[in-house]
Design a protein around this ligand. Structure first.
Ligand SMILES: [Fe+2]
Ligand SMILES: [Fe+2]
Length: 155
């Protein structure tokens, strides 16, 4: 999604989420190209950390702010909730056995799954938020503050 096409009032909030999406996609690629096992474990740990924080700010601030605006958006939010849960299960499996032999498989499935979720978010949910001109108000500030708090707490 091209940030310049996002209406000014919605740009800060959506850009923050788009940046997170791009960041994890980069991590997926680095994992794939990493040669050392220790490097893979470190990237996997960072990916899990970043995804957990991202999912939490969406669940605490972004998704609730979109509830009740449009029936179709509510349906997408229900689906997103289920998808987040599946991702969390994979994250727990990875974090719970970082040195285990299932790391590569779990990480691959997580990356494919998250790529799918991100695509739906950007191509369906964000597009709908823009076309329905959903009021995002102070969400950018709230999400930034919450993200800093969570990153600090988990570091
Ligand atoms: Fe999400
Ligand atoms: Fe997201």
């Amino acid at each position: 999604m091209d940030k310049s096409k996002i209406p000014t009032a919605q740009r800060a909030a959506l850009s923050l989420l788009l940046d997170d999406h791009r960041n994890v996609k980069k991590l997926f690629k680095s994992f794939e190209s990493a040669k050392e096992r220790s490097e893979k474990e470190q990237i996997a740990q960072q990916t899990c950390h970043e995804l957990t924080v991202h999912a939490q700010i969406e669940e605490e601030i972004f998704y609730p702010g979109l509830r009740g605006v449009h029936e179709k958006i509510d349906e997408m939010l229900d689906e997103a909730k289920v998808e987040h849960q599946v991702a969390k299960d994979l994250i727990a499996a990875i974090e719970g056995d970082l040195s285990g032999e299932m790391l590569e498989a779990n990480y691959k499935v997580l990356s494919e799954y998250v790529n799918h979720h991100v695509q739906e978010e950007e191509n369906e949910l964000f597009k709908m938020v823009i076309s329905k001109n959903v009021e995002l108000g102070e969400m950018a500030e709230q999400m930034t503050a919450r993200k800093e708090e969570l990153m600090g707490a988990m570091a």
